[in-house]
Design a protein around this ligand. Structure first.
Ligand code: S3P
Length: 451
């Protein structure tokens, strides 16, 4: 990604008015993936035209799926190839001879960019195909842990391996007959759960996944919408199990993607900390497996009202009215963590503006995101004069003293760039954010919203 930097000045006036944030990243990815292996044309509205979701589109085009994109209107049409219609399409410029034991068999060479979701979910689908593939991403993606999907997929009979043997991408996938398993994951990760469930579509017996607590359930909801036989339960001990039966056919759907609560989080936080603000954010997805940031903000004393609550395609959404509030510290831990995992950098920044101490624990997953977010949040909060101590699985933030402008290193991590752009709005003096354009991964036009 090209380096870029951006100067952010403290807000000179309250944030007021109405806005709408771009479509949900997780749901956009899944709509393309399921649309690609469904029968018929899946039409998606309010699709997120961010870098990660465009990587997913690119991968499926290379697998022979016709995908029409109307970027200005946020519309995507995925002309599904059915469960067994993906292939290696030399015309897409991606096929190469494997040179391996399969001799002439061509492999699909796919670039998943910066996107962990693309890489992990597509692996589940590719494990069930009758052609080989090679997946690789950018420098950050290729350092992220993949053993978490390699192990269960291998247990299912997939031939999948880390090319350099380091548990990271590039990943090589060869055809293999998949069998249903019962998998127990160590972390509550929707990406891992989804990879297993998607592979389960192609298995010869039912598959289930039990995770320590419920992670985002968009895959289960959408699979059900496309006609798959999926069930989910919360067990008595708080673990969550999702099960899927092998599937002959999925059926195209019309999908309206709600606004991304992970993107709304920056607007919510900005309105909470810039004095005098009152902001209406329309059409935000509030799926309970994603809405942890809302409960944390409210626990901190944040004034957030949910208006016009509705459900579309199984996904709840609402308009959020957010007013400037005086905040106090809280503890963020346990099963709440997966419901705001991507919003923890923003929550940590918010904590610096709150009176008292905020403790974030049980969040070691922060270390394996687009950057080590325990390190990158700590480093940048300290640069702004914040009082923060990193821990093995989170952070302790002692808030309430003013932050000052600083040079912020985004480490090309979109969530770090945006969290600290918001901090800069309520700090004294200007800040400079390096690698500022990385926001395009999930929130194209982010800086314009604030202008
Ligand atoms: C995502 C799941 C989360 C999240 C990521 C998107 C998804 O990752 O951090 O940005 O769409 O499934 P994990 O499931 O690995 O925690």
């Amino acid at each position: 990604m090209k380096d870029s930097s951006k100067i952010i000045y403290p807000a000179r006036q309250p944030l007021t008015g109405e806005i709408q944030v771009p479509g949900d990243k997780s749901i956009s990815h899944r709509a393309v993936m399921l649309g690609a292996i469904a029968k018929g044309t899946t039409r998606i509205q309010n699709f997120l035209m961010g870098g990660d979701c465009l990587s997913t589109i690119d991968c499926f085009r290379r697998l022979g799926v016709q995908i029409d994109v109307n970027a200005a209107e946020g519309q995507v049409a995925v002309h599904g190839k059915g469960m067994h219609g993906l292939g290696v399409y030399p015309g897409a410029g991606n096929a190469q001879k494997t040179g391996g034991p399969d001799g002439d068999l061509k492999e699909a060479v796919l670039d998943t960019g910066n996107s962990g979701t693309t890489t992990r979910l597509i692996s589940g689908i590719l494990a069930g195909q009758d052609f080989p593939s090679l997946l690789s991403g950018d420098v950050s993606l290729n350092t992220r842990p993949m053993n978490r999907i390699l192990e269960p997929l291998t247990q299912m009979g997939a031939h999948i391996r880390s090319v350099h043997g380091n548990g990271c991408a590039p990943l090589s996938i060869r055809p293999g007959q998949l069998h249903g398993i019962h998998s127990r994951t160590k972390v509550a990760s929707a990406q891992v759960k989804s990879a297993i469930l998607l592979a389960g579509l192609f298995a010869d017996s039912p598959t289930s996944v039990t995770e320590p607590s419920l992670s985002r359930d968009h895959t289960e909801l959408m699979l059900r919408g496309f006609g798959a036989d999926v069930s989910s339960i919360i067990n008595e001990d708080g673990t969550a199990t999702a099960s899927i039966r092998p599937c002959r056919e999925l059926y195209a759907q019309d999908i309206v993607v709600p606004g991304d609560i992970s993107s709304a989080a920056y607007c919510i936080a900005a309105a909470l900390i810039v004095p005098g603000s009152s902001l209406l954010i329309r059409n935000v997805g509030i799926n309970p497996t994603r809405a942890g940031f809302l409960s944390v903000c409210r626990d901190m004393g944040g004034d957030i009202t949910l208006l016009n609550e509705r459900t579309t395609g199984g996904e709840p959404s609402a308009d959020l009215l957010v007013r400037h509030s005086s905040l106090h510290g809280v503890t963020i831990e346990g099963s709440l963590i997966p419901t705001l995992i991507d919003e923890l950098p923003m929550a940590a920044v918010l904590a610096a503006f709150a009176e008292g101490t905020t403790v974030i624990r049980d969040a070691a997953e922060l270390k394996v995101k687009e950057s080590d977010r325990i390190v990158t949040v700590t480093e940048n909060l300290l640069a702004m004069g914040g009082d923060v101590t990193p821990t093995a699985d989170g952070m302790i933030i002692r808030g309430g003293s003013p932050l000052h402008g600083a040079v912020i290193d985004s480490h090309l991590d979109h969530r770090i760039a945006m969290s600290f752009a918001v901090a800069a709005l309520a700090a004294d003096g200007e800040s400079r954010i390096s690698g500022a354009n990385c926001v395009d991964i999930s929130f194209p036009g982010f800086y314009d919203y604030f202008n």
